[in-house]
Design a protein around this ligand. Structure first.
Ligand SMILES: Cc1cc2nc3c(=O)[nH]c(=O)nc-3n(C[C@H](O)[C@H](O)[C@H](O)COP(=O)(O)OP(=O)(O)OC[C@H]3O[C@@H](n4cnc5c(N)ncnc54)[C@H](O)[C@@H]3O)c2cc1C
Length: 349
């Protein structure tokens, strides 16, 4: 079976990895001069399940991907795996209500998810915190670009090779894993570009003590060689990947507001801007492309792509090879690219 993957970010590279694990050859085409030159090229990113109140179809995707990541990531060398744990600060009323319900509804063992008081959170973090938190002791971070490189070890790939027309490709299976550019091939899919910038922040004496990652309306990772990664701005309907100092300001202001102990931490010494993709319902788009034979999609991974691309790759491979699906039917329906069309028809009817 000839399998072609279009796009060399996390979505495309994780697919190449899964096919190789299953003993299948795939060929990957990347438009840019490097792998992970788009949204997947950040210095560091959190692997962190998207936390919903209920354990419904959305959370199943992230929970199962988290379990896969815990097993898989430690097997890779040189992905900057950092197993520091993540504290989600309950820093507004809505989040406080929501995440307090998440813990019993997800029922994960407390070694993987629990609520902590602000005193406990401060002890875990190594810096004073003003809020109780949801703690994920086994969450952490990796370098997405390095993960892509590990995923494609042993796969044939071609850089500087933009695919212009699906008919130009001689393959039995074609997979669109090209981020916001999926729209070019499947304009009916409501894929929305979302600009984002991460900042590199010089560590202060206080922030150097930070022992785990913190999530608020942004995130900060513990310093590596005196530098924190600080994320991330989120501007929907923008495909502008230029650096903007105002985004650094937004990132540092959010940090100071959520964690007053780090208010003085404002010295940004680097940054990276790129464009992620989301969908109209803010959920990934993974499955068979509507109305196209043998064309599949893995896109709209939003702000949680490190995990969703991995579970997405497993799902697509099981669909293409007609193997048992690890995810429940309801989750697969929620991810299905045809869902938008079905909803529009249902509304009309
Ligand atoms: C600022 C920021 C911070 C983030 N932080 C996190 C985080 O902490 N944790 C997390 O899980 N996620 C995070 N994300 C989200 C995550 O990075 C994305 O969900 C993920 O990278 C999406 O991967 P992708 O492969 O779908 O897209 P991309 O990485 O954008 O890859 C698509 C690739 O397709 C290529 N391409 C496009 N058109 C063509 C064509 N015609 N032919 C061939 N190739 C083509 C592009 O050049 C690109 O390399 C963040 C995103 C941003 C922007």
């Amino acid at each position: 079976m000839k399998i072609t993957i279009i796009g060399g970010g996390l979505a495309g590279c994780s697919l190449a990895y899964i096919f190789r694990q299953l003993g299948l050859k795939s060929v990957l085409y990347e438009a840019g001069p490097t792998l992970a030159g788009g949204a997947s090229g950040n210095f560091a990113g959190l692997y962190n399940p998207r936390l919903s109140v209920l354990r419904g179809p959305e959370s199943h995707l992230y929970a199962s991907a988290f379990v896969m990541a815990l097993r898989l990531f430690p097997k890779f060398d040189d992905i900057d795996l950092s197993l520091t744990g993540i504290l989600h600060l309950l820093d507004d009323e809505r989040k406080d209500r929501r995440l307090r319900q998440t813990v019993p509804n997800w029922s994960w063992p407390s070694d993987h998810m629990r609520l902590v008081t602000k005193g406990e959170a401060s002890d875990i973090a190594g810096i004073p915190l003003d809020h109780d938190a949801l703690y994920l002791p086994t969450g952490g971070s990796i370098a997405p670009q390095k993960l892509c490189a590990r995923y494609v070890d042993g796969t044939e790939y071609h850089l500087n090779t933009p695919i212009e027309d699906l008919d130009d490709i001689d393959a039995d299976i074609k997979i669109l894993a090209c981020g916001p550019a999926v729209q070019k091939f499947a304009p009916e899919l409501p894929i929305i570009p979302v600009r984002g910038q991460i900042s590199q922040l010089e560590a202060s004496t206080t922030s150097s003590n930070l022992q785990c990652s913190l999530c608020y309306h942004g995130y900060i990772l513990p310093a590596v060689e005196g530098i924190h990664t600080l994320g991330a701005t989120f501007l929907p309907n923008s495909d502008n990947a230029e650096i903007d100092e105002m985004d650094d300001l937004e990132n540092t202001q959010r940090l100071g507001m959520a964690i007053p102990a780090l208010k003085e931490c404002t010295n940004v010494i680097g940054q990276r801007a790129s464009v992620r993709a989301t969908s109209r319902d803010r959920f990934p788009v993974i499955g068979k492309a509507p109305g196209k034979d043998n064309v599949y999609v893995s896109a709209a991974h939003g702000s949680y792509g490190i995990l969703s691309t991995l579970a997405g790759a497993h799902l697509l491979a099981s669909m293409i090879l007609d193997r048992p699906r690890a995810l429940p039917k309801q989750v697969i329906k929620t991810l299905d690219p045809a869902r938008f069309e079905k909803r529009a028809k249902a509304k009309e009817g």
